[in-house]
Design a protein around this ligand. Structure first.
Ligand code: ATP
Ligand code: MG
Length: 569
């Protein structure tokens, strides 16, 4: 084959694999990109492409995959963007993922954790996990567990032991003391409201004027538990008139008396995020601290604390938050939905939590690719769930077994039926390795309500993998048909479930939870009907394709009903 022919063929095959069918227009750019001379005779190039498209579109998926394996695609590498860190030295990079254990991990956390993890890998460095657990009111061991499980599911591996910010409290206290002693922090007794308005208006309060010595004394009392919650806070002495409002004497430590899930009642003074993160990042050896862009204004404070406390410097690297149209990708939004019972738990398939995605039938590899697809860039964009579903389907399609499910079943009785009592049906249209299954039949079937609606006396169609049928009678809601031979003729092919081998089946169809900012009450739809008996043998978690319906994950058996969750078309 000539070079042009081969390059064309290779891109046409890839295009067919990616989109189901190849399209000449979609391929031409790639061909010219790889072989610029192809532009010299566009007419000839287009002719070759069209011919290849026609040939390739006749191939099955398995054939396409077999052929694609012989080619190398330059763009394969580009798909996962390389992560470039500033001032990074091979072998010396240390990154960390610092979740607060205050909820279940979601796809946004996956993006953050994967970027940290991949960046460390890129530079042969280390990747650490540290639970940022300094608010005992919000944190639980259950969430630590869930986050670690989520990371394992994604295939993220961390170096060394899992760390906890709350294990660094002695160091954090000693840095607090240092800051107070230098006059760079003070104990403030003002009411929360006053602190807030003063900060808005850029006014300093009288607590600001106390000497370092007096402040150290108040600090001691604070640690000794002499003040009640909300009575005193430690504030950084920034600049009350700073343009960047973060610098208007931000809170460094506050009193929270609740019992901590890990430290018990050992501490009642807890650092803010702003105070603990630079300290612990620095003392645990982090070189590059990655965080989402919304913290941008806080970067200045981070660097200033590092300087004032004479800590080893850390470089902050920013990336954009992952947003998903119709889904709340934030604990702040997800938690109330779970707590108020608006969704059925953290693993509700409508949620973008990792457990929700898993339950919906999303493979970790698809979640990973999707989360990383926007890379380290700072530009904000809202992704659509379809991007994730398409990626997932690409991974699931080649091996998902096919089954029949009839929604809103309608009875169909066949007269003069051939005397067969079972039929063998292939489990996959092209993947022969998946074998076949035996399905019991008699003269009574169920077809889907949608298909039945289009039938009338005289309608002809084929029962998939069986024989042709002509409708001879309709006694709403039942149909009666006649056996019309087995010769395959063009026309409608309906899937069915036999009366002899039917199981009650329910499919939960998750929809988008939000329309803009409005919660959609009807975001969950249920399809009910019968599926075939062989579905009884599925294991929880198996993903199959219900033919002419969609990919579904087997979720549970409730009484005599099999429950599935709809993944994608
Ligand atoms: P949430 O808004 O969900 O409450 P958070 O920032 O409070 O998120 P943390 O547990 O503190 O949750 O987050 C740990 C890390 O995950 C942080 O670096 C945070 O920036 C990052 N992260 C959280 N949500 C997203 C998102 N949607 N996209 C990318 N990264 C995110
Ligand atoms: Mg947070």
């Amino acid at each position: 084959m000539s070079e042009l022919n081969e390059i064309v063929r290779k891109h046409v095959v890839k295009n067919a694999l990616d989109y189901g069918k190849a399209n000449a227009g979609a391929v031409v750019g790639r061909v010219i990109g790889e072989l610029p001379e192809a532009k010299n005779d566009m007419k000839e190039t287009m002719k070759i492409i069209s011919k290849a498209v026609a040939e390739v579109n006749k191939l099955s998926r398995v054939e396409l995959e077999g052929e694609a394996a012989n080619y190398t695609y330059a763009e394969k590498k580009v798909e996962e963007k390389k992560i470039v860190l500033p001032n990074a030295e091979r072998g010396k990079v240390v990154t960390r993922f610092p979740p607060e254990p205050s909820g279940y991990p979601h796809i946004g956390h996956a993006k953050a954790a994967l970027l940290d993890y991949e960046a460390a890998k890129e530079y042969d460095g280390k990747f650490l996990i540290r639970f940022d657990d300094t608010n005992p009111e919000k944190e639980k061991a259950e969430y630590v567990e869930a986050i670690l499980n989520g990371l394992k599911w994604l295939g993220v591996k961390w170096d060394g032991e899992v760390e906890y910010t709350s294990d660094f409290m002695p160091q954090i206290y000693s840095y607090a003391r240092k800051l107070i002693a230098k006059g760079k922090a003070y104990v403030c007794f003002c009411a929360a409201d006053k602190v807030k308005t003063n900060r808005q208006e850029g006014i300093g309060c009288e607590c600001r004027d106390r000497s370092a010595e007096e402040n150290l004394n108040e600090w001691k009392k604070m640690l000794a538990g002499e003040f009640s919650e909300g009575k005193a806070i430690v504030r950084y002495r920034g600049d009350m008139s700073a343009e960047n409002t973060v610098m208007r004497d931000p809170t460094m430590l506050r009193i929270i008396k609740a019992k901590h899930y890990r430290q018990g009642t050992k501490y009642s003074v807890w650092p803010s995020y702003d105070f603990s993160v630079p300290i612990v990042d620095s003392i645990t050896g982090i070189t590059h601290a990655m965080r989402t862009k919304e913290y941008e204004l806080r970067d200045y404070l981070y660097y200033e604390l590092i300087r004032e406390l004479e800590l080893r410097p850390v470089i902050i690297v920013e990336f954009s938050r992952l947003q998903l149209k119709g889904f709340p990708v934030s604990k702040r939004l997800i938690t109330p939905l779970v707590e108020k019972g608006k969704v059925h738990g953290w693993d509700d398939p409508r949620l973008p939590t990792l457990m929700g995605l898993k339950r919906r039938g999303i493979l970790p590899e698809a979640a990973r690719k999707f989360a990383l697809s926007s890379g380290i860039g700072k530009s904000e964009s809202t992704a659509e769930i379809e991007q994730l579903l398409v990626e997932n389907k690409r991974l699931v399609e080649p091996t998902a077994q096919r089954r029949y499910f009839v929604k809103n079943p309608v009875k169909l009785t066949i007269k003069n039926k051939p005397g067969r009592s079972e039929v063998m049906i292939r489990n996959h249209p092209t993947n022969k390795e998946l074998g076949e299954r035996k399905v019991k039949i008699s003269d009574v079937f169920y077809i889907s309500g949608d298909d039945a609606r289009e039938l009338e006396r005289g309608s002809e169609f084929r029962l998939k993998e069986l024989y042709n049928v002509k409708i001879v009678d309709e006694l709403t809601p039942e149909f009666f048909g006649e056996y019309e031979g087995e010769k395959i003729v063009p026309g409608k092919k309906l899937h069915w479930v036999s009366d002899k081998g039917k199981v009650k089946c329910r499919v939960i169809v998750p929809g988008e939870l939000f329309d803009g900012d409005t919660f959609r009450e009807e975001s969950l739809k249920i399809d009910s009907g019968y599926c075939e008996e062989s579905c009884e043998k599925l294991k929880i978690g198996d993903v199959i394709q219900f033919e002419r319906y969609g990919f579904c994950r087997f979720d549970a058996k409730e009484g005599d009903t099999l429950v599935f969750i709809y993944t994608n078309p």
